[in-house]
Design a protein around this ligand. Structure first.
Ligand code: PEP
Ligand code: MN
Length: 402
């Protein structure tokens, strides 16, 4: 579906330059906590306050939000600081209560956007209401589901729609709480006019990742940030590890480097060629990485294996006689004997079918190479790969903005 007439999330009095910042605690806990955070953030020029009133918790029994009572605290925030206020809605009743309390901006959480029934219910509740709504990506990396959630609101007549990239759940443990998978929000922007805001708190899950993720989001052209901030984060009732104090948050915002224009001297065709070259580089690195991983289970390096396997030699191990290969030796089975280099040379030219393949054993992930060396090689491939992917994404973005 074409959604060509979406409007940007512009609220009167808020500068249109990047980044649009929404900040506040994960949850509204007490009136004092809400007001303290709001006052501190307002003093630092933050214009849109966030606080969860209804909290979707993974398991029952946790803090599930203060409910309707907290909306009154948000009204006080508005009256005292002049900030706009925002909260998460997940049901028809939440929408009704939030609108009644004069909440200025709504967001829809990752567990709700993953559920088409819930999205349809929310769309019905919001039909005919002109309020900005931000849709977080579904917990699973499904771009169509994310777009579908936005479409349901669009079909209900909403036009001030935006999206929030908060990362994707994964069973794998990495440094992130939710995997960024930046290519998904970038693809979203290719499909829809606006790139989402970034939620570095929920992607990183740790306050020390807020700054690097925010910078990454700016470098990738994101329009804004929604960040969790609490005056005493260690005492927060939810998501304590990923909230920063208002002071630290504002310091971080001042250190962000925001490049407003894309400067390039290359024409589009040249940039596309660069992307193709990076794709080749990525594929080569991926193949290298797989080869490096696939030797894990091997008992001997590939140079030692017979190049042709026959019925009788399937499990045979080829160990050229001039190489040291005593069972208890800590030396490499393939290591050419240092005693007789000339013999090695002569073997190379006769018995060994691929003599020069012996040299880069470690970089080829030989299972007999020292473990530390192998890991270094692998992590280098990994970081080369990550670096190439980053460069590719940036180029992709540049071509999108040209
Ligand atoms: C939140 O913003 O506090 C929240 C619960 O977010 P998410 O839906 O991204 O988990
Ligand atoms: Mn949270």
């Amino acid at each position: 579906m074409e959604m060509n007439d979406l409007q940007p999330i512009i609220l009167p009095g808020i500068p249109t330059r990047r980044p649009l910042v929404i900040a506040g605690p994960c949850s509204a806990e007490t009136e004092e906590q809400v007001l303290a955070a709001a006052r501190a953030l307002a003093a630092q020029e933050v214009k849109i306050f966030r606080a969860g009133i209804w909290k979707p918790r993974t398991k029952p029994g946790g803090f599930e939000g203060v409910g309707v009572e907290g909306l009154r605290w948000l009204q006080r925030v508005k009256a005292e600081t002049g900030m706009y206020v925002s909260t998460e809605v997940a049901t028809e009743r939440h929408v009704f209560e939030a609108l009644k309390a004069g909440v200025d901006l709504l967001w829809i959480g990752a567990r709700t956007s993953a559920n088409p029934f819930a999205m349809q219910e929310l769309a019905g509740a919001l039909r005919g209401v002109d309020i900005p709504v931000l849709v977080k990506n579904p917990v699973n990396p499904d771009l169509e589901l994310w777009i579908g959630a936005i479409e349901r609101l669009y079909n209900a007549g909403l036009r001030r729609l935006g999206a929030i990239h908060r990362g994707f759940s994964s069973y794998d443990r990495t440094i992130y709480r939710n995997q960024p998978q930046w290519h998904i929000p970038i693809e979203l922007r290719r499909r829809l006019p606006q790139l989402p805001l970034c939620d570095p708190s929920h992607i990183g899950g740790k306050r020390e990742l807020i700054a690097p993720l925010s910078q990454e989001a700016m470098d990738l052209g994101f329009d804004g940030l929604i960040v969790e901030s609490h005056c005493t984060p260690d005492e927060a009732w939810s998501d304590k590890q990923q909230q920063g104090t208002p002071d630290v948050l504002c310091f971080m915002l001042h250190t962000l480097v925001v490049r407003e224009t894309t400067q390039t001297t290359e024409p589009l065709a040249e940039l596309r060629q660069q992307i193709d070259r990076l794709d080749d580089e990525l594929l080569a690195l991926m193949a290298k990485r797989m080869r490096s991983g696939s030797t894990r289970k091997s008992t001997v390096c590939r140079s030692c294996k017979p190049s042709v396997t026959t019925k009788s030699s399937t499990n045979a191990v080829h160990r050229p006689s001039s190489w040291v290969s005593t069972p208890n030796s800590s030396r490499h089975c393939c290591k050419p004997s240092t005693k007789s280099p000339s013999t090695n040379r002569s073997r190379s030219s006769t018995a060994d079918p691929l003599p020069d393949r012996r040299k880069p054993l470690r970089s080829r992930g030989c299972s007999h190479a020292k473990t530390a060396g192998r890991q270094t090689g692998r992590s280098r491939i990994r970081s080369d790969y990550a670096e190439a992917r980053k460069r590719r994404m940036k180029l992709n973005l540049i071509t999108l903005t040209l």
